[in-house]
Design a protein around this ligand. Structure first.
Ligand code: IPM
Ligand code: MN
Length: 376
């Protein structure tokens, strides 16, 4: 089938890893009957913002809706203050296309060094289903009561002369940020997690929260989970607090099968998940709207200090391409990519610096593409 893919290489190592990802996707296309991927590149990211002052507009988002999927490298540039590109490009796309599932498989492939003592590939193989459009990511908040600096200085002077104390005087400034959860928003992502468990033959779904403190927002989350779970009596369920689960994922990763989590906690545990599967260089993710346009990316960022050196590990990006093919319904082609990646990792001859080797980004991409070309 023909699929139109919008490619956003983005910042830092993004263009380098996306180049390898496309190389591999093209090799898959050559060897899979009927698979036809059409790529079109878009410039969004730090460089484009610095040159034009533009992030991504409503019209440009609309233009992307013509595509069947989006393939993204990374967004983030040290020359731009934090938050601008993240919110203005990455989150803008996630929210515009209502990509309410952030699917992040945590899978240790044979041959990959694992930082957890004694853990093997069969011990580390679960999915994190991260809610992707609500919680503390909705950008609702503000600051109030900002006092002028002169006033602080005056107070400080007063303390010093009156009491002989030299202390930092804080103003009455406050900041607040609101997390919002909707019942519908919670239900749909939880349902996705249960459906995934069924489709992948997993027996347990774990729900993450902090309902012992943030009772309003995660109280609703728990209720939604219990309600959805009733429709899946064949699947075991449990709740885990975010602090406890970070400990348990390190101690007993083999326990987990499908973990469903609110947005911010999911952000945190998927970096942990990436480390136990061999590092950020191996961890892909999909921002999925099951009925709309989804976006696939390596979950590592732009890694500016490694940019332009052809050293970044392209495997996370290549596996994001595999997830994209799965979402497009191209399972056979997706399986080829995973098989080739697995072989390269098992052989261990080609390794980028993050895996203790000296291989180049492009060497790893070439080797994976060649393996695919040699498959029957
Ligand atoms: C991720 C990233 C993003 C997030 C940032 C860059 C907005 O950390 O994809 O995990 O917090 O979701
Ligand atoms: Mn993150």
């Amino acid at each position: 089938m023909r699929h139109k893919v919008a490619v956003i290489p983005g910042d830092g190592v993004g263009p380098e890893v996306v180049r390898e990802g496309m190389k591999v996707l093209k090799a898959t296309m050559e060897t899979t009957n009927g698979l036809d991927l059409v790529f079109e590149e878009f410039p969004y990211g730090g460089e484009y913002y610095l040159k034009t002052g533009r992030l991504i507009s409503e019209d440009e988002l609309e233009e992307l809706s013509e595509f069947d999927a989006i393939y993204l490298g990374a967004v983030g540039d040290p020359r731009v203050p934090p938050g601008i590109l993240e919110k203005g490009v990455l989150l803008a796309i996630r929210f515009h296309f209502d990509q309410y599932v952030n699917l992040r498989p945590v899978k240790l492939y044979p041959g990959v060094p694992c930082p957890l003592k004694g853990k093997k590939p069969e011990d580390i193989d679960f999915y994190v289903v991260r809610e992707n459009t609500e919680d503390f990511y909705i950008d609702m908040g503000g600051r109030a009561g900002k006092r002028v600096e002169a006033e602080h200085q005056l107070k400080r002077e007063l303390y010093r002369t009156k009491f002989g104390l030299d202390i930092e005087v804080s103003g009455d400034e406050i900041a607040y940020q609101i997390g919002v959860m909707s019942r519908k928003g919670a239900e749909r992502v939880i349902k996705y997690a249960f459906e995934l468990a069924r489709a992948e033959n997993r027996k347990r779904v774990t729900a993450v929260d902090k309902a012992n403190v943030l009772t309003h927002i995660y109280g609703l989350w728990r209720e939604a989970f219990e309600e959805v779970a009733r429709g899946y009596p064949d699947i075991e369920t449990e709740f885990a607090f975010i602090d406890a689960i970070t400990m348990w994922i390190v101690k007993n990763p083999e326990w987990y099968e499908v973990v469903v989590t609110p947005n911010m906690f999911g952000d945190i545990i998927t970096d942990l998940g990436a480390m136990i599967q061999g590092g950020m260089g191996l961890a892909p993710g999909g921002n999925i709207n099951p009925g709309g346009v989804s976006m696939f990316e390596p979950i590592h960022g732009s890694a500016p200090k490694h940019a332009g050196k052809n050293v970044a590990n392209p495997i996370a990006s290549i596996l994001a391409g595999k997830m994209m093919l799965e979402e497009l319904g191209e399972r056979e082609a997706a399986a080829k990519i995973e098989k080739a990646v697995k072989e390269i990792l098992r052989e261990g001859k080609l390794r980028t610096y993050d895996l203790g080797g000296k291989s180049k980004t492009s060497e790893v991409g070439d080797a994976i593409a060649n393996k695919i070309r040699r498959m029957e």
